[in-house]
Ligand binder design. Sequence first.
Ligand code: GLC
Ligand code: CA
Length: 574
Amino acid sequence: MKSIELPREWWKDAVVYQIYTRSFLDSNGDGIGDFGGVIAQLDYLQRLGVDVIWLSPFCDSPNDDNGYDISDYRRIHPEFGDLEQFVIMASEAHRRGIKIMMDLVMNHTSDEHPWFVESRSSRDNPKRDWYIWRDPAPGGGKPNNWDSYFGGAAWEWDEQTGQYYLHTFSTKQPDLNWANPAVRQEMHRIAEFWIAHGVNAFRLDAVHHIGKPVGLPDYTDYKHEREFRLYKNLPETHAYLQEMHDQIFAPHNVFTVGETGGTTPGSSRKYVDRDRGELNMIHHFEQLFLPNPGNAADIQRNMQRWFKALSRRGWDAQFFSNHDLPRQVSAFGNDRELRGKSAAAIATVLLTAWGTPFIYQGEEIGMTNFPFAEMDDFRDRHGLSWYQRDLAHGEDPELAWARMLQENRDNSRTPMQWSEARHAGFTAGEPWIPVNPNHVSVNVAAQESDSDSTLSWYRRLIALRRQHRVLRRGSFRILRRTASRDVVCFVRRLSGKPQAAGEVRRVLVLVNWTGSQAEARLPRRIAGASRRRFSCAAVNYRYRDAGRSLSAEGRKTVLRPYEARVYLEEPKKI
Ligand code: GLC
Ligand code: CA
């Protein structure tokens, strides 16, 4: 496949859209989304204005964890299509200026991968050392006290060879041994294979776990099983990423984003500092796990912290949802009577803040969590394991259920809502997971031609971002006098020489992060004497007197529930 030439640091200007293929669009009626469905919607994605599509894992897999357990890295899962169709999809995407991001799972394989089948066949099999095998502890029992993310110990006993293997995730996801150079070499070859078939970017799954600590020591400050997460972001991981950067990522100019839970602004710098040569950006999760996600003060302070820590020599990603998380409008907004307004407010922060934005499929129409009623509705067994663990720990069943409803991973995995038709137009057959009943009102078709819809708002803001370099490359600063517990307010600003005549140098973003009215004091330079210098380029409410400049309201302005405004500074006249 002909490779496409991309400018240096092209990812700084990109907007990424994540496709969970099995829930996107089914083209052959088997109830499972596929590449045919993606190809059919490339025009839709182009109109939305996204630059990169991140496809959740599409390689062959027994689907213990929906493709995050790979059994053949060079074969497409037949549910999705085949290699030929992948190449067609990639070139059709490229033709529309859309790049392909592959979700590469390098920390573990499926236990059904031939490497593991060989590895477990005998202690002296050449592949034995491709995974992490250990003898029982001296007194018997597990080699150490680590636990897995999906519940239970991180060690599984293998009867035949009398040793345990390590699995950070499910028992069907044995961890690869990255200390073995042959494993690393093979992973490099796999990345090259996909680059040769049209991949331009990688999302590296759970990559903070690839390096393991020497000697695999016990926890000493063991509190509960989730402390397993202390074993991540180790120096070994950084060394493996530097090697892969030098040999693969840099020479091919691919864009890389690592999934690295548990990093602080300080520790993240190691991954994204351009002089260290590892990754372009990472997904940390701090913005999602703030003590009070409804609080604008926390959100913006957090963004400021990350900007300060990373912007000098690195870059960041912005996101509020993905295939493991609740729907963002249900988590941060109001998914009932203020669904459209709050979806737009969240989108405004996502698309105008500093860093590369990641949109998860369906967020652009404001899809919501699913009204789960019974156990049979769930598909993700691993999400269920957290609920079972809560119960085992004596949690009040009602509280555990409420948490399960909010946190289970199926909320974001229900099918994309294309229309009000049966199964939301996702499939002509029976969908693999139930469709949200609200598709009759929340769907793409209904929003396509409605200029007030969430979809139109996403299109507008993405276009604005593309049009104005300041929204992509400008610095980020909270306006402390305007920002509050209720209102997000920041300025993006370009420094250095203008790159074009009439370039906008400053943008002010104002978002009411609550479902009630909020007052904001606009800075003097926007609403004061020189008010003409800023004009409002986007607002998610209609104004009675549309001709009037918003800034004419004066310094004190009232923001309606979830109102979002983007002001551009008028360029200086030359
Ligand atoms: C990542 C993925 C998640 C998966 C896990 C194991 O966290 O996002 O879906 O279950 O890794 O691969
Ligand atoms: Ca299908």
